[in-house]
Ligand binder design. Sequence first.
Ligand code: ADP
Ligand code: MG
Length: 615
Amino acid sequence: NFPLWPSTNPRISTRVLSLLPLNPKSNQSPKPHHHSLSHPFKSLNSLSPYVLPQFRPILLGWLCSLVSVYSLSRIVSKVGNLFAILGDFNRVSGIRGEGLVLGLLVLARLVGCYLQQAFLWDAALRAVCDVRVRVFEKVLERDMGFFECGGGVSAGDIAYRITAEASDVADTVYALLNTIVPSTLQLSAMVAQMLAISPVLSLISAMVIPCMALVVAYLGDELRKISKNAHLTVAALSAYLNEILPAIFFVKANNAELCENTRFQRLARADLSEHLKKKKMKAFIPQIIQIMYFGALFLFCAGSLAISRGSFDGHAMISFVTSLVFLIEPIQGIGKAYNEWKQGEPAIERLFDLTRFKPKAIDKPDAVDLNHVTGEVQFCDILFKYGENMPLVLNGLTLQIKAGETVALVGPSGGGKTTLAKLLIRLYDPLSGHILVDNHNIQSIRLGSLRRHVGLVSQDITLFSGTVSENIGYRDLMEEIDMERVEDAARTANADEFIRNLPKGYETNIGPRGSILSGGQKQRLAIARALYQKSSILILDEATSALDSRSELLVRQAVERLMVNHTVLVIAHRLETVLMAQRVFLLENGKLQELSHSSLLNNHYESLVSTGLVI
Ligand code: ADP
Ligand code: MG
């Protein structure tokens, strides 16, 4: 048992504690899934649309298994023959021919087995690749509430499902494909062989199988439960790492390595115990099947008895036991497939759970594309809250911004400024009231069109690892990035100079989350990116973190330049930015109140800051 926090360590501030997921339960066990088990084929149904289109490699694989099973059954009967020849001095000269045939059969068997596996893996991996792509597509379709409002699944958990769990699903699909035809074929061929040699001995061998099947079925169900827990513990590990590694700077700054290490150890050990249980169970099930081998020994004794009495031919006995040995192989295969299935079921469910939601029809059928926008924006009587039981964030807010005007928004932290920006690009829709752009209700504008005309520089700047030009031209990443526009945007955003000083200029890779850049450079890059798309409306959610005065001047110059031909809604924290706007509003208690410039200059702004009304 690990204490969650070394609570005696005063250096870990309470703020750090409040920022990290404290409750291990909330980390480990996502919402219980009310799915599946009532319907054993649900997972199969989910998979079939991805597996069936791979019919070509599947059929080829199965065809190869036909070759390998046919050669095997010929080998098995030849082995008895070979012994007969070896025992009979007069026929020894025929051994060369027999040996050659046997050699060719073994070769056919090996090649058949190899191709069968290669084709079936091809089908399984392709199917799972399609599943991955589809699941990710559906994840991107989820609305913001799924990612932001705590109801959804953490990013780390989603990443784990799409990576590791999808690999488990590939193993399951392969095991199933390999069982349905190849194992069944080999099983039937060997049983036929045995029946032909001795029906009585075959019957005796057959008796063990149903007992074994019952035990294996019971254990398989246990394995499914254990596997599910093991999936949850790894998902928790992955979610934790995904949250903490990007915040490593913060962890070090707070001297919290020890406490993070403790938290990681606890999660790792929880995973250890679940995985141990799973591996033990997986090791145990094949042992039940191994009992068959001892059955073969018993049969050998029974057979020897029959031979000594002269009622049974010794060479037939060799073929019979060889068949039995090769019968065990497909039975083990079926057992393994069952194992994989029971183990894979939770992974399949968790993966497809991400796709099971009713997508909100965002674009109405009659939604319009706006070619040109002058940039007039109106918020009319907006009511908004993030969830059923959440407080109202915007409470009857009304605001009109004329085309080309710059409006500054100030207010206390948590007052709803960023929320207003989110509503304008429809990351959320208001509960009531409407938002108009150029007199079109934004709900009747095609989403793609709306988001092309409204550019956003968000408070938390998002940059990706990639070149500067890829980051600025992000909108055109899939097509061709227009370098002229990139450089234009960079010049307006006051970023051109520092970009040219980077080792490879616009082709410099800026590292994960733009790690090689300073705060001010990141901000100017983000502004350049918003400018690249040539939208007529810009929302600038000013970062609260302070910049040095030179960087701030450069950013301010950039903002000043872009005010000239854009409608700008700037969420401001600095008096200099506020004063650049034509009108200034205070957002407080979900409503707006206009502030005049003269009152702002007459120390009113300072008093707003000191009372926490403006940050
Ligand atoms: P501001 O940008 O003015 O600081 P925000 O618009 O970010 O404020 O937040 C307004 C209020 O909405 C805050 O009380 C905040 O806690 C809440 N809030 C913001 N985002 C979410 C969310 N995704 N889920 C629930 N509440 C949220
Ligand atoms: Mg904000």
